[in-house]
Design a protein around this ligand. Structure first.
Ligand SMILES: [Cu+2]
Length: 165
């Protein structure tokens, strides 16, 4: 069990460093279960007048138990919701979702045009180069706090999937 936790932490940290960030810290607080690793955590820089923002990341579940992301919190916004995009004919619309399943041994990507964390009533504008903490709440693993990097552009994908813009 301890070894698993260490592995999860190391994986998450390694991936974050691979994104070329110097001062990224991932604090994992687990409640008896292997916490999914959170990597490539970023938010798109927005003009100061923007009332909302979005956060994207990749979740990797190294454990043999599925988990579920059931909530998000940040000091940077009054409210943070899990969202996804749904197609309605030609139109893509955002929709709030209660939770996101993270399958055992699987990974889930939050990315533009797909699932994202929506921030409402920002306490400060999202300025490129800044960072803020985001706490992910998992059903089994408990809370995992990571740092969000505010960027103009999406980070280079470390996966094999084609990025749609
Ligand atoms: Cu949204």
């Amino acid at each position: 069990m301890l070894l698993r936790l260490v592995t999860a932490f190391a994986l998450g940290t390694a991936t974050l460093i691979a994104v070329a960030d110097d001062h990224t810290h991932a604090h994992h607080q687990t409640a008896g279960s292997t916490a999914p690793a959170v990597s490539q955590v970023w938010s798109r820089a927005m003009p100061p007048s923007a009332p909302t923002g979005a956060v994207y990341f990749t979740l990797n579940n190294p454990g043999d138990q599925q988990d579920r992301l059931i909530g998000v919190q940040t000091s940077r916004a009054k409210k943070a919701e899990l969202h996804t995009h749904v197609h309605e004919g030609e139109i893509m619309r955002m929709q709030q979702i209660d939770s996101v399943e993270v399958p055992a041994g699987g990974h889930v990507e939050f990315k533009p045009g797909g699932s994202h964390v929506m921030l409402f009533e920002l306490s400060e504008p999202l300025v490129a180069g800044e960072r803020f903490p985001l706490t992910l709440i998992f059903e089994n693993a408990g809370e995992v706090t990571v740092e969000v990097a505010i960027q103009e552009q999406a980070p280079e994908s470390s996966g094999h999937e084609h990025m749609h813009h």
